[in-house]
Write a protein that binds this ligand. Structure first.
Ligand code: SF4
Length: 84
């Protein structure tokens, strides 16, 4: 079943200066917390290319766009996906 691409977005809170640019680009993905730092909303309502534009537009490099699943910690059970 084809669906929107799933990606993982992370915010480096130490770098975020609360400019709000990411929130303007992708309001379905980013919001501000009570310290005006960006937070990631999940699930996201925005297409991946919009999220990528927001990540690129961040003036402080606080945002990172990664693959769908973070790596499993060592020793944890691995998930397997089966295509039908
Ligand atoms: S664009 Fe970057 S600096 Fe501005 S609020 Fe978003 S994460 Fe923070």
């Amino acid at each position: 079943m084809a669906g929107p691409a799933q990606v993982t977005v992370t915010v480096d809170r130490a770098r975020c200066m609360g400019t709000g640019i990411c929130v303007e680009f992708a309001p379905g993905t980013f919001a501000h917390d009570d310290q005006a730092k960006a937070i990631v909303l999940s699930p996201s309502d925005d297409p991946t290319d919009i999220i990528a534009s927001a990540v690129e537009a961040c003036p402080t490099g606080a945002l990172h766009l990664g693959p769908e699943e973070p790596e499993e910690p060592e020793g944890s059970e691995k998930r397997e996906e089966v295509e039908r």
